[in-house]
Ligand binder design. Structure first.
Ligand code: FE2
Ligand code: FE2
Length: 189
């Protein structure tokens, strides 16, 4: 599929609000890719498509989990985890995007993972700091990017985890693993 065809497919899946967010994540991811020596086209596609499955129904996700015999533990989570971890299957099946590096970055974009490639980190961060984001602390998150990609990943893991615990929400285990790898102080590595 051409870039324009992917854009149109994405537009057909999402509200205007989320579609525009995806376009901003695409641009942010491409800029971070240029700064970090990652393929810009790959980062752009991953950024563009990262939320492709976000507005799929719960029933559609559960059917995809069953179809691919994915870890049944996924059923204990919801859309926030599914649209990445399970969303990658919709992207490969419906859009024909099968580059494992792109799919990995999309799979891990909300939780992070114990081992993250530079592209994984770029999409994780781009989603959090794209210029339309206006949550409390967004400015500080953007400032963390100036200290480098790893600093931004650490900032995002720390603050997302604190937020989830503050709300007494379930934490996907990959996020704890990501925190232990990338969220702790550098000197403790
Ligand atoms: Fe997302
Ligand atoms: Fe997003």
């Amino acid at each position: 599929m051409t870039h324009q065809q992917l854009v149109e497919k994405l537009r057909g899946q999402l509200s205007d609000y989320r579609f525009n967010h995806c376009l901003r994540v695409e641009q942010t991811a491409m800029a971070l890719a240029a700064e970090n020596g990652v393929d810009i086209t790959q980062a752009g596609i991953a950024g563009l498509l990262h939320d492709y499955a976000k507005e799929k129904s719960d029933a559609a996700f559960k059917a995809m989990i069953a179809k691919h015999q994915l870890d049944p533990e996924l059923l204990a989570y919801g859309n926030n985890i599914w649209h990445g971890e399970v969303g990658q299957y919709f992207i490969s099946e419906e859009l024909g995007v099968t580059d494992p590096e792109i799919l990995s970055a999309i799979a891990h974009h909300t939780s992070g993972a114990a081992q993250m490639s530079t592209l994984d980190k770029i999409i994780f961060v781009a989603d959090y700091v794209e210029p339309g984001r206006d949550y409390p602390g967004a400015a500080a998150a953007r400032a963390s990017v100036a200290a480098g990609l790893d600093a931004a990943v650490a900032y995002e893991l720390d603050h997302t985890l604190i937020h989830l615990i503050d709300k007494q929400q379930r934490v996907y285990p990959a996020m704890f693993a990501a925190y232990n790898q990338y969220g702790i102080k550098q000197e403790e590595h």
